[in-house]
Ligand binder design. Structure first.
Ligand code: XMP
Length: 510
C-alpha cells in the first residue's frame, strides 16, 4: 500500500536516519531522499511535508549541496534543521556566513513569540547545537521565533507559516522537547495523518507476500539473528510450509549456539533444515591469516553450501532476505565511501540461482523489526540478541582459525556473556564478545611459569553499529569476569579490556 510520507532530505547528516525514525515513532511514515533527488520524484511521492537534514557543508561554499529550488513550490511545509535551515535562508535570498563564535553542545533557547511549532512548550529550554555558520540576514518575509546566546535566529519561519528552520537538532535526545517540536511540525504545521501503525503493517505485509508467492516456494538462509528470524516468522504466517529455512552451521558459532538456534526456530514452528558444514569451512580457512581473505572465503563457501541445499527443494522461486532500510539508504545514499570490511551475506545468490527476492523489511528500521517480532510472538530472548557477524568467530580469532583456538574462544566468550546476563548488563550493551589474540605472554599460576594466550574483551554501546563507544563496566565486574576466564579456560593466562571507540577503531577486530 502506498503511504503519503514526510520526506527527509539528506544533506549528509549523521542524524538523517534518526530524524526519519523519530517521525515514524510519532506515527507518520517517513522516507529519506538524497538532496539531489529529482523534483519530479519528490512531487510524485506527494509528501505531507519535508524536512531538510543537517550536513557538514557550508551553503556559501562552491559545490555545496543545494536542492532544486522548485521544492519550495510544492505547497507543503518545509522544516530545515541546522544546515537545512541555512539552505532555506540561502535559497530564499537571506545570508549565511561563518560565525565568529561557533556553537557546539548545549545552549539555552529563548522563545520570543507564540508559534504553532513551539506550542505547549516552556518559554526557555535547553537545545543541542552543532554549527559553525550563522544567519546574518533573514530572507524577506521571515521572522525570528526564538534565539539562543550565540544564535540570533535559532528558530525562524516565514509569514505564511510554511517554511520553518531550527538552528539546533530536535532529533537528538539532548534537546529537551525535541519530540514535541517534531510532533508540532507534523500535526500542527503539516497536518499529517497518522498512517504508520505496526499492527496494520504486519497484516498488510502478510497479505502482500501471500499474494506474490502463490503456489511457489520460498527459501531463507537463517542465522538465528533478529532480522532473519522475524522475516521468516512473517513469511511463515503468509505461506506456511512453503517457506523452507536453511541454517548453515559453518563451525564458527558460539558455544551451544547451534542447539539454541535450532530450538528457538523450531519452537516458532518453522520448517528448518540444519546443514553441518563446519569441516568444509575450516578446511578452506586453513593457513589463511588475512581478514578480508577470510571473509571472502566464508562468503563464497556459504553461497556454495546454500546453493547445494537449495536445489534439493522443488519449486523454489523466491529467496527471503532480512535487508533493512538503513542498508538500502547506505547503498544508495553515500557515494564513493571507502570500503572498510567486506560484509558477508548471500548477495550473489539471487542472480546465480535465478531467484526473486522477498525483502519485507526494506523500508524498516531495526527497532521496527523488533516491534513486528513482538506482534508476531517472537520471544524477547531472540529479539534482544546482540548482533553476530556472518563470518562468526573467524573474525574474532586474529590470524589463522584453528579448531583448538575456536574451543578456547568459545569458552571465554561464554563466560563473559553468561556474566553479562547474570548481572543485568546484556540488554544495556549493543554488543559484547571475546577476541583471541595471536600472541602468548608469560604468567604465573601456582608458582609455575605459564606461557599462554591472551583474550581481549569488547563491549560497546551503539544505536546502529556505525559509531560506538566502549561500555564502562565497574572494575569489580571486570575483575570477576577476568578471574573466571583465567581460572576456567585452559590455555589463557591474560585478559585485556578494549577501550577503543568507533571511530577510530571498528567494533570487530577484523
Ligand atoms: P564493525 O566491525 O565494522 O562492525 O564496526 C559493525 C557491525 O557489523 C557487524 N559485522 C558484520 N555483520 N557480516 C555481518 O553480518 C559481517 O561480515 C560483519 N562484520 C561486522 C559487527 O558485528 C557490528 O555489529
Amino acid at each position: 500500500m502506498r503511504r503519503r510520507p514526510v520526506l527527509v532530505v539528506n544533506f549528509g547528516s549523521q542524524y538523517v536516519q534518526l530524524i526519519a525514525r523519530r517521525v515514524r515513532e510519532l506515527g507518520v511514515y517517513s522516507e529519506i531522499v538524497h538532496w539531489d533527488e529529482s523534483f519530479e520524484v519528490i512531487r510524485e511521492k506527494d509528501p505531507f511535508g519535508v524536512i531538510f537534514s543537517g550536513g557538514p557543508a557550508s551553503v556559501y561554499q562552491k559545490g555545496a549541496p543545494l536542492p532544486d529550488k522548485r521544492i519550495y513550490t510544492l505547497g507543503v511545509p518545509i522544516l530545515g534543521i541546522c544546515y537545512g535551515l541555512q539552505v532555506i535562508v540561502h535559497q530564499m535570498g537571506g545570508k549565511v556566513e561563518r560565525a565568529e563564535k561557533q556553537e557546539y553542545g548545549r545552549a539555552r533557547l529563548r522563545v520570543l513569540r507564540e508559534d504553532p511549532l513551539l506550542e505547549g512548550l516552556p518559554r526557555e529550554f535547553d537545545v543541542w547545537m552543532s554549527h559553525a555558520d550563522k544567519i546574518s540576514v533573514l530572507p524577506e518575509g521571515f521572522t525570528t521565533v526564538a534565539v539562543s546566546e550565540n544564535s540570533p535566529h535559532a528558530v525562524v519561519r516565514d509569514e505564511s507559516g510554511i517554511f520553518y528552520g531550527l538552528q539546533f537538532h530536535p532529533e537528538v535526545v539532548h534537546t529537551s522537547f525535541g519530540k514535541e517540536i517534531l510532533a508540532n511540525f507534523l500535526f500542527r504545521v503539516c497536518r499529517a495523518e497518522r498512517n504508520w501503525e505496526m499492527g496494520d503493517l504486519v497484516q498488510e505485509k502478510i497479505e502482500e507476500i501471500r499474494e506474490r508467492v502463490g503456489d511457489s516456494s520460498v527459501i531463507a538462509a537463517l542465522s538465528g539473528g533478529v532480522d532473519s528470524t522475524v522475516a521468516s516468522v512473517l513469511v511463515h504466517r503468509a505461506v506456511g510450509d512453503k517457506l523452507h529455512c536453511i541454517f548453515i552451521d559453518h563451525g564458527l558459532l558460539r558455544l551451544g549456539e547451534r542447539e539454541e538456534v535450532e530450538r528457538n526456530l523450531r519452537s516458532l514452528g518453522l520448517r528448518l533444515r540444519v546443514v553441518d558444514a563446519g569441516r568444509e569451512f575450516l578446511k578452506r580457512l586453513k593457513g589463511v591469516e588475512d581478514p578480508e581473505e577470510k571473509r571472502r572465503i566464508i562468503g563464497n563457501t556459504f553461497i556454495e553450501v546454500f546453493e547445494r541445499e537449495a536445489v534439493k527443494i522443488p519449486g523454489v522461486r523466491f529467496l527471503l532476505q532480512g535487508t533493512l532500510y538503513p542498508d538500502v539508504v547506505e547503498s544508495a545514499g553515500i557515494k564513493g565511501s571507502a570500503k572498510i570490511k567486506t560484509h558477508h551475506n548471500v548477495g550473489g545468490l539471487p542472480e546465480k540461482m535465478n531467484l526473486e527476492l522477498i525483502e519485507p523489511f526494506r523500508d524498516l528500521f531495526k527497532d521496527e523489526v523488533r516491534e513486528i517480532g513482538r506482534i508476531l510472538g517472537v520471544p524477547e530472548e531472540i529479539l534482544k540478541r546482540h548482533p553476530f557477524p556472518g563470518p562468526g568467530l573467524a573474525i574474532r580469532i586474529i590470524g589463522e582459525v584453528k579448531e583448538e583456538d575456536l574451543e578456547i574462544l568459545r569458552r571465554a566468550d561464554h563466560i563473559f556473556i553468561e556474566e553479562l546476563k547474570k548481572n543485568g548488563y546484556y540488554d544495556r550493551v549493543w554488543q559484547a564478545f571475546a577476541v583471541l589474540l595471536p600472541i602468548r605472554t608469560v604468567g604465573v599460576m601456582g608458582d609455575v611459569r605459564t606461557y599462554e594466550k591472551v583474550i581481549a574483551l569488547r563491549a560497546v554501546e551503539s544505536t546502529d553499529g556505525m559509531t560506538a563507544d566502549w561500555f564502562r563496566f565497574p572494575y569489580d565486574f571486570l575483575d570477576h569476569v577476568v578471574r573466571r576466564i583465567v581460572n576456567e579456560v585452559k590455555g589463557v593466562n591474560r585478559v585485556v579490556y578494549d577501550i577503543s571507540s568507533k571511530p577510530p577503531s571498528t567494533i570487530e577486530w577484523e
